[in-house]
Design a binder for this molecule. Sequence first.
Ligand SMILES: NC(=O)c1ccc[n+]([C@@H]2O[C@H](COP(=O)([O-])OP(=O)(O)OC[C@H]3O[C@@H](n4cnc5c(N)ncnc54)[C@H](OP(=O)(O)O)[C@@H]3O)[C@@H](O)[C@H]2O)c1
Length: 324
Amino acid sequence: MKAVIIDEEKKLHWQDFAKPEPGPNEVLIEIHATAINRADLIQRQGFYAPPPGASPIMGLECAGEVADTGKNVSKFKVGDRVCALLAGGGYAQFTAVDEGSVLPIPGGNSFVHGACLPEVFATAWLNLFMEAKLQPAEKVILHAGASGVGTAAIQLCSSFGSPCFVTAGSDAKIDTCIELGAESGSNRKEGSFYEKAHAFAGDSGIAVILDPVGGSYLEDNIKLLGINGRLVLIGLMGGNRAEIDLGALLMKRIRVIGSTLRARPLKEKTALMSELYEKVWPKIESAEIRPILDTVFPIEEVEAAHDLVASDKTVGKVVLSVKS
Ligand SMILES: NC(=O)c1ccc[n+]([C@@H]2O[C@H](COP(=O)([O-])OP(=O)(O)OC[C@H]3O[C@@H](n4cnc5c(N)ncnc54)[C@H](OP(=O)(O)O)[C@@H]3O)[C@@H](O)[C@H]2O)c1
């Protein structure tokens, strides 16, 4: 098969690579489309190694057809149209993945749209609902609201009854976030989000903040959280060091939760995917929630696709088409 290989100069090549064999609990997927995640850019630079046992190939999600199944696989058969959460291996023609990380493509979605779903909806659901235990009517801040994760999280908040405020890098992105269900937002290129977010928070303060930025936003995040507030840290785009007001943490009984998805045990990923299937997939089938697609590139143009993601100009997902 072919896969995207990173050379010593960090250049990407679509070239021959060993085809994986499915283990007893694994599904072999012939990949039709895969999608880019911010983490791929970091892995390419050598700073985000795959967890032990995972494929060295980039790619945290895919959509395609089941090509083979291990002897213990019970939920899928050859020919099924599926999408999957991967610990690696998506930038390839085939991948083998535990059946607990695989779901049917919901509704009539294409492979391209199916590839937009697993990583961002799994991340948003895991962190808003399983880690932060978000309740209806609680107020939320979503940083990087127009990102893949942000556009999934806005739709989940809106659909499950939690008003949300976003930050993003342009007024046009804020408008798109509002169309997706956010109440209001702040353009990070025009200074601190604090005043606008404070107006949105009202007397009760913010209940949950989903934050991929980290250091540079920590002080304002802590100020905005209300009593029993939860800050879920999922990325460090704004640095990994900052001072923290422990007094505010103590008095407001704030919890700071660090969370990564990729290295979690299969058991946890299976539980997460089951919740997604039960709670979110019906909403995608009814088109209440939808995949947000920015651009599709043929996989041979993966470098141009990475450049687009790195430009910070995208809204939602950039997809690589593997088989048309
Ligand atoms: N922990 C986990 O398990 C997990 C899983 C998935 C994703 N993540 C993290 O979630 C974030 C979003 O991922 P994604 O793949 O959805 O990203 P994405 O679609 O590539 O979007 C990322 C956006 O973040 C904004 N941004 C870039 N640098 C920033 C900075 N220094 N400060 C604030 N905002 C900045 C940019 O939008 P604007 O210019 O519009 O602000 C950029 O378009 C990433 O940090 C990723 O690592 C974490």
